[in-house]
Write a protein of this length. Structure first.
Length: 211
């Protein structure tokens, strides 16, 4: 799917997001409400236009077709979820602590209506949908999110000099996604302290300077 956004801004991770204001933002707000009520398979441009109080033509001025509109909603939800984790991540002063908080955030907030998008019963989960149709954008946005944290960790000597930050960021993201979709076998994935300990012990251990 591809989206055409007439109005864009840049989020914390450098990823494009649609602002809350403006006609495009109004349409996306309406589309989110329709998707929550009708689901991905049933929602139509007519539904979204009616919800937004606009004509179908006004919607098509901003989004080429239904697929572009749905894609843009999912991209915005993915970007919002990534950006929403930043305040709790920044509270920690080490990379291990920051990744641990991100892991706890994912486990705690996956079902939040505000941060994600609750779909009707019988449809795939939002995360499954994002991983199917938005995985490239979600990965790119989240890998970029971790770049300043990795740079700071290198300056503090927590990770070895010359480590490929792009690949390190992708490793972090892939591990976080597995924590979101797979229950823990050797640790309690629903217990925040257990998740933090697992992350400290394993996920970022390989980044440390060689002894």
């Amino acid at each position: 799917m591809s989206s055409t956004l007439a109005e864009t801004a840049v989020g914390p991770a450098g990823a494009p997001i649609t602002p809350a204001g403006g006609t495009a933002g109004r349409i996306l707000d309406a589309a989110e409400r329709c998707l929550s009520r009708l689901g991905l398979s049933r929602v139509s441009v007519t539904d979204v236009a009616a919800q937004a109080g606009l004509s179908r033509g006004a919607v098509y001025l901003h989004f080429a077709d239904r697929a572009a509109l749905v894609d843009a909603v999912l991209a915005r939800v993915a970007t919002r979820f990534v950006a929403s984790s930043e305040p709790v991540v920044r509270r920690r002063r080490t990379l291990a602590g920051q990744v641990g908080e991100a892991a706890v955030f994912i486990r705690t907030h996956l079902g939040d209506d505000l941060l994600t998008l609750r779909l009707p019963a019988g449809e795939d989960s939002l995360l499954a949908t994002l991983l199917t149709v938005q995985i490239d954008r979600l990965l790119e946005a989240w890998v970029q999110f971790w770049q300043p944290f990795l740079a700071d960790a290198e300056r503090r000597g927590e990770i070895r000099p010359g480590l490929d930050h792009g690949q390190a960021g992708e490793w972090i993201v892939r591990m976080l996604l597995t924590l979101a979709v797979m229950p823990g076998s050797t640790f309690d994935s629903n217990d925040p302290e257990s998740v933090r300990r697992f992350v400290r012990s394993h996920i970022v251990e390989g980044f440390a300077p060689h002894q």
